[in-house]
Design a binder for this molecule. Structure first.
Ligand SMILES: Nc1ncnc2c1ncn2[C@@H]1O[C@H](COP(=O)(O)OP(=O)(O)OP(=O)(O)O)[C@@H](O)[C@H]1O
Ligand SMILES: [Mg+2]
Length: 308
């Protein structure tokens, strides 16, 4: 079932800034979608449009059948939203903040308490639950903000940089929680992040945005195919006649690399080298990481190739 549908979504701010240009995409229920792009690309603007915090200049979207700009309150009833600067109360404790928002979300009191305690435990905040929010560290505040977004057991989660400011162990914990919810509860997650390695661990599909335009969307395999040279072949070898193998790049003594698009190319390359008297000690094919793909596609956009 389709969870998010955006068509021709654009946003021009009052300043005249065209932050988002004709965004068209859809997400299926249960997808963990990583929305990636440089600073100022339009990620937060997109989240704000999809959650009804901003109205689009053109186009429309539907979240589980609800138009966010027409029925924001209805949307917030089944969406959890974690933005960069979450509004919470410094003079209340972490626990009191959650109970307060539980009431705002219309949760029954005992239910809110149980869910708050469960999330505080899960996000390692139990020891600090009676501490005033004003005394929380950045990472603790981030985790409380995530707990707040999850309080009413949403069907959809919008997360804007959920792991910024978190230490590696907390990132791992948050990722684990997101993956588990998507798998066990079928929650759809729309996640903006700059942390590409973590995105690769947690997301099932990705969208790449730059200067307000969606450059690519798909799973890792589909994105690798877009960049063409999906694999790096690494060779440890001696006596390579480089003039006949100009596509091989020497990266260190007896170490060579070349870009290939599929593993099926490897046997012929190895046979040809061996025939020419090369001694091969090691052959490895490394798949492009999300980070490699990201830089390749952003670079291509910078070179003026709008269509990938
Ligand atoms: N309220 C606003 N008024 C005018 N311009 C804005 C406003 N909010 C954002 N912008 C501009 O819109 C563009 C996209 O901003 P946005 O916050 O969506 O980027 P982002 O991808 O979330 O970036 P980051 O990675 O830094 O969070 C930027 O050029 C930004 O300056
Ligand atoms: Mg942002």
């Amino acid at each position: 079932m389709v969870a998010i549908e955006a068509s021709n979504l654009s946003k021009v701010y009052d300043t005249g800034k065209e932050a988002l240009k004709n965004l068209d995409f859809s997400l299926h229920q249960g997808e963990v979608f990583g929305f990636l792009g440089p600073n100022g690309a339009g990620k937060t603007t997109t989240i704000k449009l999809l959650t009804g915090l901003l109205t689009p200049s053109t186009g429309k979207s539907q979240i589980l059948g609800v138009d966010p700009s027409a029925e924001p309150a209805k949307l917030h009833g089944f969406c959890g939203i974690m933005t960069e600067h979450a509004q919470m109360y410094n003079l209340l404790s972490g626990y009191e903040n959650l109970l307060f928002y539980g009431e705002v979300f219309g949760l029954e009191k005992e239910m809110a308490k149980a869910r708050a305690l469960q999330l505080l435990e899960r996000l390692e905040l139990t020891d600090a639950m009676y501490q005033k929010l004003g005394t929380y560290s950045t990472g603790m505040r981030q985790r409380l903000s995530l707990a707040r977004a999850l309080l009413h057991s949403p069907q959809m989660l919008f997360l804007d940089e959920p792991t910024s400011g978190l230490d590696p162990e907390s990132i791992w914990r948050v990722n684990d929680l997101i993956k588990e919810m998507a798998k066990d509860e079928g929650i759809t997650v729309f996640l903006c992040t700059h942390q590409l390695r973590y995105a690769q661990e947690v997301c099932s599909t990705y969208g790449l945005i730059a200067e307000g335009e969606l450059l690519a969307k798909g799973n890792l395999r589909e994105l690798r195919a877009l960049t063409m040279d999906a694999l790096t072949l690494e060779l440890k070898a001696e006596n390579i006649p480089l003039t006949e193998n100009s596509h091989l790049e020497k990266v260190a003594e007896n170490r060579y690399e070349m870009k290939i698009s599929e593993v099926e190319e490897i046997p012929a390359i190895v046979q040809r080298l061996a025939r020419n008297g090369t001694s091969i000690y090691e052959v490895r094919a490394l798949e492009q990481s999300l980070e490699d793909i990201y830089f390749a596609l952003i670079k291509r956009k910078g070179e003026g190739h709008d269509h990938l």
